[in-house]
Design a protein around this ligand. Structure first.
Ligand code: ADP
Length: 452
């Protein structure tokens, strides 16, 4: 989109203005010809139309054809290079680096070959323009001499013709550029006319004030035409209540959080916050009310403090320190210091620290309803246990919806909802669910077994 927007800026500077300048200069030259020797004006018009209209139209058509071949070749090379860079460790570990490098070089060579041929066409167009200029000037001179015009008149006619071509010749390159610009305009129009994933209300209702009660009623969400990701889910979160969502992968847990954050549009059913349907609220307002830990938190290449401040730009020292303490990150902060620069993709941060940093962010933001999506995902057993323990401690008395696949500690939450294929298959308190046969007890037993 950035490239396309920049391309559109060229429309005025590199296409419309040069074309206008060329048309005006050509017109003036033709008028000079008409007043001195009209037949030379005819030849000049023919030459100018050839170099200023036909040639640019030809280069535009050629550029469109070439773009269709060069764009995929360029994408293929970019893909190969990305694989080489991001996959270097795996490629080296399995001895596949030579082959991957050879493939990248081959992609590079085929792109270079295409570009060489495109450059040839480009050069031919430029040469063609200069040739038309030369032939037109020669024809003007011959006609003037044939008509017995004096040497001064001949010189004026010839030089006028020569000069008239100067602003016209660059139009061949402008034609090429125009092809790229129209393609960019088409793509931008597609983006602008795409229907948004979620419709914003024309006149949003005022944002409800905390404490909040969230009522999810018979919610159905479908991604595309596939089976419903959520199929009639109902759930109530009263202030201070904590509900855990469990279920196999693909059950619809993340979709439920996305619907709460108003990132997907439900097909039917409703989500109400203090009685107000979220569809009547501004999307950003909804996300200040209900947000939290995303599944894949991102660490920015900035200091530790700035990484936290993302969630609270105005937070003072005390608030920062409390969030860090509650997320049990204070030891780490003491060791590295607030100003420690965190690396690209948070590579200097361990998985456990990353999740705690994300938790500290969520605590700093302090939304009335805290949403936590698989906070212990991808952590080793021990780290995950400690994190979940701390998390359940710190969320006590906070309205929380916790998506998790670890059941340890869930005896402290108010309700556990088991989802499968978008439907609620079990719900109740932890001890009730482990006392009856079903998905939850099976999961609990396998978790207890692996712990031993
Ligand atoms: P969970 O979080 O329980 O693993 P999800 O909510 O991510 O489950 O997914 C529920 C179902 O919806 C799955 O079948 C998944 O493939 C599908 N799904 C999720 N997100 C999308 C999406 N953006 N587009 C299409 N299908 C999706």
């Amino acid at each position: 989109m950035v490239d396309d927007t920049e391309a559109v800026q060229d429309l005025l500077v590199r296409c419309l203005l040069p074309a206008t300048a060329a048309a005006l200069a050509g017109l003036a030259a033709v008028v000079v010809g008409l007043t001195i020797l009209p037949v030379t004006a005819l030849v000049l018009v023919a030459g100018l139309v050839l170099a200023g209209v036909a040639l640019p139209a030809g280069t535009a058509a050629a550029a469109r054809r070439w773009a269709a071949r060069i764009a995929p070749a360029r994408a293929a090379l970019a893909g190969r290079v990305a694989d080489l860079v991001h996959g270097s460790a795996d490629l080296a570990a399995y001895g596949a680096d030579e082959e991957a490098l050879a493939k990248a070089l081959a992609a590079d060579e085929s792109l270079a070959a295409l570009e060489r041929r495109q450059a040839l066409v480009h050069a031919a167009a430029l040469a063609g323009g200069t040739l038309v200029q030369g032939l037109t000037v020669a024809a003007v001179v011959l006609l003037a001499q044939g008509a017995g015009a004096g040497s001064v008149a001949t010189a004026v006619l010839a030089l006028t013709a020569l000069v008239a071509f100067e602003p016209v010749l660059p139009l061949a390159a402008a034609g090429e550029r125009l092809a790229g610009i129209t393609a960019a305009l088409r793509r931008l129009r597609e983006v602008r006319s795409a229907t948004p994933a979620v419709a914003e209300p024309a006149r949003p209702a005022p944002r409800p004030e905390a404490p909040l009660t969230v009522e999810i009623d018979d919610l159905v969400v479908r991604h595309g035409s596939a089976r419903a990701a959520l199929d009639g889910v109902s759930l109530t979160l009263t202030p201070g209540r904590r509900v855990a969502i469990v279920g196999p992968s693909g059950a619809g847990k993340s979709t439920l959080l996305a619907a709460l954050m108003r990132l997907v549009e439900p097909e039917s059913g409703s989500i109400r916050v203090n009685g107000v349907d979220v569809r009547d609220l501004d999307g950003d307002d909804v996300r200040t009310l209900m947000t939290g830990l995303t599944q894949d938190p991102y660490i920015f290449r900035a200091s530790l403090k700035d990484n936290l401040r993302l969630a609270g730009p105005e937070a003072g020292e005390e608030e920062l320190e409390r969030a860090v303490r509650e997320a049990r990150l204070d030891g780490w902060v003491e060791r590295t210091g607030w100003d420690a620069e965190l690396g690209e993709d948070g590579r200097t941060v361990s998985g456990g620290q990353l999740q705690r940093l994300a938790l500290a962010r969520a605590l700093l933001y302090d939304p009335p309803v805290l949403l936590l999506d698989e906070p212990a995902e991808a952590l080793d057993e021990e780290t995950a246990d400690r994190l979940m323990g701390d998390l359940l401690d710190v969320t006590r008395d906070r309205t929380t919806l916790l998506v998790t696949h670890r059941l340890k500690g869930l005896e402290s939450v108010d309700e556990v909802v088991v989802l499968e294929e978008g439907r609620v298959i079990q719900r109740g308190r932890h001890d009730e669910l482990v006392s009856v046969p079903g998905y939850y007890r099976d999961l609990w037993e396998s978790e207890v077994l692996t712990r031993r």
